[in-house]
Design a protein. Structure first.
Length: 209
């Protein structure tokens, strides 16, 4: 079973609290999402593979450890996931970026893919799927289905706010995927919004209603 990491770092808790406040402006909301994503990414990339290489310092030759190739992909779930990409790219600027777009069929409520563009070598990469909210878990599980169908194997899911219901659904659908969460909330309400949550992340990122 994949592990679930809920962050207790003071900076992440503080910035997530600011993110929740209804009076936080669009500009500040975007900046906070970027900052939290970068702080989370620092820990989520802890197990990336290193290799020993020899370099020249101004003093002498020495052996150091560096990342073993450029083997990272960041895949936001459209549209809100886009807000987390820049924070991750600040840490790994050479990462490739894919995109997954899906919507829920109004009759069957099943996730339907409308866009999926991934790096051609996705099977060779550590894939970080990012979306600010993990509510019912259906969109996250479906997005990872699409990525696996195209060859993705090593997948990590990152979100800012998660409901217990969404965590359970994602773990059941993809027991091999580790989940990184800035804050685990109480529950979903009758409209499938996370409580206390922060509202609609996409609307708050892009100023739409």
């Amino acid at each position: 079973m994949g592990k679930v990491y809920v962050f207790d770092h003071p900076l992440i808790q503080h910035k997530t609290a600011m993110l929740r406040k209804k009076e936080t402006s669009v500009k500040d909301f975007r900046e906070l999402v970027r900052e939290i994503s970068m702080l989370m990414g620092y820990e989520a990339t802890r197990n990336l593979q290193l290799e020993e290489v020899e370099i020249e310092t101004p003093i002498c030759s020495t052996k150091v450890k560096m990342l073993a190739g450029q083997d990272i992909a960041i895949v936001p779930i459209l549209r809100a996931g886009l807000g987390m990409v820049d924070g991750m790219l600040a840490l790994v600027p050479n990462a490739k970026v894919g995109h997954v777009g899906l919507y829920r069929d109004p009759e069957t409520h099943a996730p339907v893919e409308y866009y999926c563009k991934l790096p051609s070598d996705i099977e060779q990469r550590e894939v970080f799927v990012v979306d600010p909210m993990l509510a019912t878990g259906g969109s996250a599980a479906a997005a990872i289905d699409f990525i696996k169908a195209r060859g993705g194997r090593r997948i990590i899911f990152m979100c800012l706010i998660a409901a217990p219901e969404g965590i359970e659904v994602l773990q059941k659908a993809h027991p091999d995927v580790d989940i990184f969460i800035a804050a685990k909330d109480e529950r979903l309400n009758e409209h499938a919004y996370i409580v206390p949550g922060l509202g609609d992340a996409g609307d708050r990122l892009y100023g739409t209603k």
